[in-house]
Design a protein around this ligand. Structure first.
Ligand SMILES: Nc1ncnc2c1ncn2[C@@H]1O[C@H](COP(=O)(O)OP(=O)(O)OP(=O)(O)O)[C@@H](O)[C@H]1O
Ligand SMILES: Cc1ncc(C[n+]2csc(CCO)c2C)c(N)n1
Length: 267
């Protein structure tokens, strides 16, 4: 027999913040408290890749993501010597089925001490899935609520890859994973919690969305949005909240089902 969901008033509150994207020297207590791990996917690096790299305690490239670091970091830092930039931005780990990383790139980083984890035997899980499993297993952070995994290049590109990347959020609902592109970010709001999203209005918004992927939501209630939901049901084929607008610095969400939160990033 399925367990009844915990009533909304008994759920703990999960707080979310994108302060990790604020330019230095800004650092909020929320950013400092979490240990950041970075995953680089096989897509063009977003402009803030060097900033997030410097804030991460662990840097993992998913297969062809290593090519993007090798080629892209010198391009993002054009005033600096390309060779020095390359040596400075050395991934800790390259992991995946290794069909996309160029042999010369793999050898370059292996010689610098990067750990290469070849999982070409596994053709049933995506490289991102493999990387998140690796981080979850190897992170020294005992309390996983203090771990924040930032994924670069997860959106905009091949639709099957995008859906695979969003599926990874649902596979690991208890890990704080944020999918990023130059244009927006996405994370999961698990139904086990009420959610308080602190909006960094200097860098994100105003466009946002609240989307039930995977299952309909029988009841969702929000504050802080232009078009709030009030015990509203959402489903594909019915209402989903896209092209919404953030009105307050804090958005709250309570829902009977897992939801995807997305917000635009200012360029
Ligand atoms: N166009 C894209 N859009 C979104 N994510 C992508 C895209 N390309 C790659 N990725 C992400 O980067 C990871 C590594 O990419 P890579 O190209 O090495 O994967 P792959 O397994 O060789 O892909 P495939 O064989 O399906 O082309 C993927 O698992 C995926 O999460
Ligand atoms: C039903 C089903 N659909 C697709 C794949 C293929 N696939 C999924 S993840 C992956 C690895 C990509 O690096 C590959 C090849 C599969 N195995 N099972």
């Amino acid at each position: 027999m399925a367990l009844a969901p915990t009533p909304p008033q008994q759920r703990p509150t999960m707080r979310h913040s994108s302060a990790f994207l604020l330019p230095p020297p800004s650092a909020s207590p929320a950013t400092d408290a979490a240990t950041v791990a970075l995953v680089v996917l096989n897509q063009p690096l977003p402009r803030f890749a060097p900033l997030l790299w410097s804030r991460a305690a662990l840097r993992v490239c998913a297969d062809g993501g290593a090519n993007r670091v090798f080629d892209g970091m010198p391009e993002l830092l054009p005033g600096q010597d390309a060779g020095e930039v390359r040596a400075r931005y050395k991934p800790d780990v390259i992991k995946g089925d290794m069909d996309s990383v160029r042999p010369q790139v793999k050898e370059y980083y292996a010689n610098l001490g990067t750990k290469i984890v070849d999982e070409s035997h596994d053709q049933d899980t995506t490289d991102l899935h493999k990387c998140i499993s690796f981080i979850a297993k190897n992170s020294t952070v005992a309390d996983k609520s203090n771990l924040c995994i930032l994924v670069l290049g997860a959106l905009g590109g091949r639709f099957d890859h995008e859906m695979g990347n969003i599926n990874v959020l649902h596979i690991f609902p208890n890990i704080n994973i944020i999918l990023l592109s130059n244009d927006c970010l996405i994370f999961l709001l698990p139904r086990t919690h009420n959610h308080e999203i602190h909006v960094e209005r200097s860098i994100e918004g105003p466009h946002c969305g609240l989307i039930p992927i995977g299952m309909p939501s029988t009841s969702t209630t929000t504050t802080g949005l232009r078009w709030n939901l009030d015990n509203t049901s959402m489903s594909y084929g019915g209402l989903i909240s896209t092209s919404n607008i953030v009105e307050d610095d804090k958005v709250t969400v309570t829902s009977e089902s897992d939801l995807i939160w997305t917000i635009s990033l200012q360029n």
